[in-house]
Design a protein around this ligand. Structure first.
Ligand code: PHE
Length: 347
């Protein structure tokens, strides 16, 4: 019996790796382990065997059974991986194909209006000598709050409802101001850059609020930078975006990372400043929070505030898109509805 077992083992080992699909694997399993399978066939003789033989054959048979089960599990995993790989091969698509290559069944849609506006604003800033920086969506406490003059106990943390990770040390960035911090860490002044990107806030959604939206943060650091420089760049930016000169005004605004901080309003483009529904009859629309970078922020970014100063501003891209295209609900922007996106193929 032991010899027969050895032979069966050899036969099993030689054939198990040749199995290439799940059906033949199942059949193979019952051929070996089934009631009328090969193993039981050998063990039939056990009834009349001596106790010693029963013991040794029983132990060898159990060991073999375990080997069969383990090999079958391994082989099954191999078959499944092969299946996935061949499926991937069949459905492979070259995502780098450009639209001058005809892709059957695929239709090019438009750029998302936020992408369009982001690129346009990047171009405006590039033409004014700014760099474009990027930063991670998952940030740490330091880059999102601490370095921006918002320590742990600061009530300003409540200004932004934050998605925290369970370690309470990481979060989804609540603003692109983290890119300011990363920019300061990576550059020696003088410099000027903008950092566009998605930001996240734990807020209920409605016509003017989304959990994820887009900002574009800008920063300029140099010698003797003044509010006049800030106004100049903001005016240039806005008249480029809206393709005409716009009137702006500064109101005081509070953000812990700037001092003084401002809200920059533009004269309402719908009514020309006489008052309408969009500007709530005030003639002005709030568009751009900004200010002179707080010395603590410069210090946290490794810059000596005795020698250098600068301004920073944040632009809400979704709001800008809504104003330009007269979209009255921010949720359209994330709807994923192609009928919406297709309207913006070109500006
Ligand atoms: N980070 C601020 C916000 O998201 C905006 C801001 C940027 C304000 C830069 C001032 C300067 O609310």
């Amino acid at each position: 019996m032991l010899q027969k077992l050895e032979e069966l083992k050899k036969e099993f080992r030689e054939s198990v790796e040749g199995l290439t699909d799940k059906n033949s694997l199942a059949k193979f399993k019952s051929d070996y382990l089934g009631k009328k399978g090969k193993l039981n066939d050998i063990l039939k003789g056990m009834r009349s065997a001596t106790t010693d033989v029963k013991k040794s054959v029983g132990a060898a048979a159990n060991e073999f059974k375990q080997e069969i089960q383990e090999s079958l599990v391994k082989q099954l995993a191999k078959i499944e991986i092969d299946e996935i790989n061949s499926q991937l091969k069949k459905s492979w698509q070259d995502v780098t194909l450009t639209d001058d290559v005809q892709v059957k069944g695929l239709q090019a849609s438009g750029y998302h209006p936020v992408t369009l506006i982001q690129r346009e604003i990047e171009d405006i800033f590039i033409s004014m000598g700014f760099d474009i920086l990027d930063g991670p969506h998952i940030e740490d406490d330091f880059h999102n709050f601490e370095a921006l003059n918002i320590p742990a106990t600061h009530p300003a943390r409540d200004m932004q409802d934050t998605f925290w990770f369970t370690d309470m040390a990481h979060l989804l960035r609540t603003h692109t101001s983290c890119i300011q911090v990363r920019g300061m860490e990576a550059h020696e002044p003088p410099f000027k850059f903008v950092g566009p990107g998605k930001v996240f806030r734990c807020e209920a959604t409605d016509a003017s609020h989304e959990m994820a939206f887009h900002q574009l943060e800008g920063m300029m650091v140099g010698k003797d930078i003044s509010v006049a420089n800030l106004i100049y760049f903001m005016k240039t930016l806005l008249s480029e975006i809206f393709r005409k000169d716009v009137n702006v005004r500064l109101r005081p605004g509070f953000f812990p990372f700037v001092e003084p901080g401002f809200e920059l309003d533009i004269e309402c483009l719908i009514c020309g400043g006489t008052g309408c529904k969009v500007c709530k009859q005030s003639g002005w629309v709030e568009l751009l929070p900004c200010g002179m970078v707080h010395p603590n922020v410069l210090r946290a970014g490794g810059i000596d505030p005795e020698q250098w100063n600068g301004f920073a501003f944040g632009l809400g891209l979704d709001r800008l898109v809504m104003m330009r295209y007269h979209i009255d609900d921010i949720r359209h922007l994330h709807s994923g509805d192609l009928r919406f996106v297709e309207q913006f193929k070109a500006y």
